[in-house]
Design a protein around this ligand. Structure first.
Ligand SMILES: [Zn+2]
Length: 75
């Protein structure tokens, strides 16, 4: 019975990793439109989401010229 516990804990740890990959922002930093988590780039602060691939590419070229507004974490 105890052998079942380890895989269970492992799957919980993997779930936590998925949440950590969630974007830190709600708004596209390039044009302030609603960001979609599927368009995202990993930065030092975490994943940044964009409204479209075009904005994602613009940001990738010069990440310093766009300010990322982090969303407030509601607990
Ligand atoms: Zn955008």
């Amino acid at each position: 019975m105890k052998a079942l516990l380890a895989p269970l804990l492992l799957s919980l740890a993997m779930t936590a990793t998925v949440f950590a990959a969630w974007p830190i922002n709600d708004e596209c930093p390039v044009d302030q439109k609603h960001a979609r988590p599927i368009y995202r780039v990993k930065t030092a602060d975490g994943f940044v989401a964009f409204c479209c691939t075009e904005c994602m590419q613009k940001f990738s070229k010069s990440p310093g010229s766009y300010k990322v507004t982090k969303k407030e974490v509601v607990k």
